[in-house]
Design a protein around this ligand. Structure first.
Ligand SMILES: C[S@@+](CC[C@H](N)C(=O)[O-])C[C@H]1O[C@@H](n2cnc3c(N)ncnc32)[C@H](O)[C@@H]1O
Length: 279
């Protein structure tokens, strides 16, 4: 069962079953459901960790991988982290598998308190890469985007100042829990900072919530991405973002290429966009 279907099914069950059960029976069913969910979640995490440890191409050894997984846990315990292990490990694995003959920078746009940045900095440091972090450091900009429900049926909406983390907070968290020496911070609204950026990029991670922010990031960062490189968007659950990513006209008119291959579009929060080798 896909997670989208599971969530829709859960919502239907909730709205039809809840009214016909006594509160006592419903709360028992609810508790069992959550217990089962917890067990499944733990199994999923263990599987993700196992896959990471046994990955055939990651360029650090198994004990270094174990240490890195522990460091991720420490970050979760100390920094507010609005992401999941599968999302983080997808990008970390990608960084740790970067080809040795490219020297482009590793990019993250959208860092909040620096939880994801601390995690990604550990991988960038292992690979001796510069890690660039773009953010306003004052949260989501003012906007009138009509986000309503995500593809899993949950409600969404973003108002000015949501997910705000100051530059000092982010830098302190990375200093304490990640590797700050490989990091460069680019504070400001994407519309102001990205047009001036022109370094070769090896991989990109976007977690920026708004379709307008995603558009700006794609417009200015994607052309700098190496052929064969990947851009990950953690906003694939948002219909407005999905619409943009799936829009042939957008890719042709604004980016100047045909719509690239994408993995996870429409069924996963994390979408991987793979730049063709020859444009
Ligand atoms: C959901 S948070 C990122 C969460 C982070 N990746 C994590 O997992 O901890 C979204 C971030 O995008 C940033 N952001 C969104 N639109 C922006 C824009 N137009 N310019 C600069 N920053 C922006 C916000 O400041 C916020 O830090």
């Amino acid at each position: 069962m896909t997670s989208t279907f599971k969530l829709k099914f859960k919502n239907i069950v909730k709205s039809y079953i809840k009214p016909i059960l006594s509160p006592r029976v419903y709360s028992k069913m609810h508790a069992i459901y959550h217990y089962k969910n917890k067990i499944n979640k733990r199994k999923m995490i263990q599987q993700l960790q196992k896959d990471f440890i046994n990955h055939p191409h990651i360029s650090i050894n198994k004990s270094e991988r174990q240490v890195l997984l522990k460091q991720l846990d420490v970050i979760n315990d100390n920094v507010e982290c609005p992401h999941t292990l599968d999302q983080i490990l997808a990008y970390i694995t990608h960084i740790l598998c970067l080809p040795s003959d490219t020297r482009g920078v590793v990019v993250e746009a959208g860092c909040f308190k620096g939880g994801s940045s601390s995690k990604f900095s550990l991988a960038a440091d292992h690979m001796n890469r510069t890690f660039l972090i773009f953010d306003s450091f004052q949260g989501i900009p003012n906007n009138e985007e009509a986000h309503d429900v995500n593809i899993f049926g949950g409600s969404v909406g973003f108002v000015k100042g949501d997910y705000s983390g100051s530059l000092n907070e982010v830098r302190d968290n990375i200093t304490q829990f990640g590797k700050v020496d490989c990091c460069e911070f680019v504070p400001g609204w994407f519309d102001d900072t990205l047009p001036h950026f022109n370094k070769a990029i090896d991989c990109i991670y976007l977690d920026v919530d708004l379709v307008s922010s995603t558009k700006t990031c794609l417009k200015y960062l994607y052309p700098l991405l190496r052929p064969g490189g990947s851009l990950f968007s953690q906003d694939g659950h948002l219909p407005l973002v999905l619409e943009l990513l799936d829009n042939d006209q957008f890719w042709e008119d604004e980016i100047g290429c045909t719509k690239p291959q994408m993995i996870g579009l429409g069924n996963n929060k994390l979408v991987q966009i793979i730049k063709a080798n020859i444009e």
